[in-house]
Design a binder for this molecule. Sequence first.
Ligand SMILES: NC(=O)c1ccc[n+]([C@@H]2O[C@H](COP(=O)([O-])OP(=O)(O)OC[C@H]3O[C@@H](n4cnc5c(N)ncnc54)[C@H](O)[C@@H]3O)[C@@H](O)[C@H]2O)c1
Ligand SMILES: [Zn+2]
Length: 369
Amino acid sequence: MAEFEVTTPAARYPVVVERGAISRIPEFVPESCGKLFVVSTGDVWKLHGERVSDALGGGGFDVLFLPGGEENKRFAPVEELAERLVELGADRSSLIVAFGGGIVTDMAGFLAAIFMRGIPVIQIPTTLLAQVDAGVGGKTGVNLAIGKNLIGSFHQPLAVLVDPEVLPSLPEREYRAGLYEIIKAGVIAEERLFDFLVENRERVLARDQAAVEHIIAESVRLKCEVVSADEHEKGLRRILNFGHTFGHALEAETRYSRFLHGEAVAWGMRAATHLALMLGILARVPGEQILGAISSYGPIPMMAGINAKALAARMLNDKKTIQKRVHFVLPVRIGAVQVHADIPEMMVRNAMERAIDETRSAEFDEVSA
Ligand SMILES: NC(=O)c1ccc[n+]([C@@H]2O[C@H](COP(=O)([O-])OP(=O)(O)OC[C@H]3O[C@@H](n4cnc5c(N)ncnc54)[C@H](O)[C@@H]3O)[C@@H](O)[C@H]2O)c1
Ligand SMILES: [Zn+2]
């Protein structure tokens, strides 16, 4: 249906967005490739493993499992799989196929990045979030107890296969978590995508095939462009962090247990939007449109017990905080953002308090954590 390309100084690879894309794995396995290892989680393999297995002719590969869950996105399981790989005869000619959500694409990608100083990986993201974001762009890594994604490496894949056919089994909350990252893509650079999300909310939430494929393709196209322009996040790629400075602090403060990544980002985009409004760099009308769009794809979990002061302290620990200066990606209109540093802490806290207060409203009450 759609094929995009990431071109960086280090690599050039296709990102295929297509129903049935999984069946095309063999096209992207180099002839010189040795043993093939699929890395997945038990649940995803049970639901959709057959698609991978069929694509690979039913055998000739091993499947290795990761435990899944943000709390297990740690170094230890990666080390265990590396040991397993050696036991199973992996060498520098081996290939990893990462098959799962963002946790798997990050961890299996990281395993591929460091196993014998790097072996190739094909990414097959299976959550909406991973399809539009985590699976594309070569960022891999794991969490430390003190913070998210603090160990990692850039490791571009041979190809990314985005197959919308795996999405119907995705739980509702996970699906909406991915939609927030698509709203993010709209706000930072794609006004038409933003409008589409606003105008087609019901179709999108009902997972209408054409609508879902459209928004995935548009987000993937943007991500490919941004990564191609700035692989290592020295400049442009930072725009993808809209909502993430706040969101990462919220995830850390709630020990990665109350909010899904995308939900934390949704809240973070609200805080960033309020901050932009307070700074006067974003006009009232688009500000309300952004807040309205985020709400309309809600709700997110309750913010009870969370305070802005603690979140502000967390931000200093974010790995994006360079020399204690926190950088914020702030919308200036729908489809454009700016990066700001040196914003007074009181203002940042006020913006978060606003976002906390409105998220306590009844609108969000029905969420089960
Ligand atoms: N590398 C990057 O550029 C980047 C970008 C964004 C997010 N991330 C990372 O991605 C992670 C979050 O990823 P996620 O939201 O995909 O979470 P996840 O990987 O935990 O997946 C969510 C849940 O859905 C299950 N699942 C996956 N595919 C399914 C399917 N098709 N049907 C039913 N269930 C399915 C998973 O097993 C899991 O239980 C975070 O750790 C975040 O840091 C990385
Ligand atoms: Zn994200």
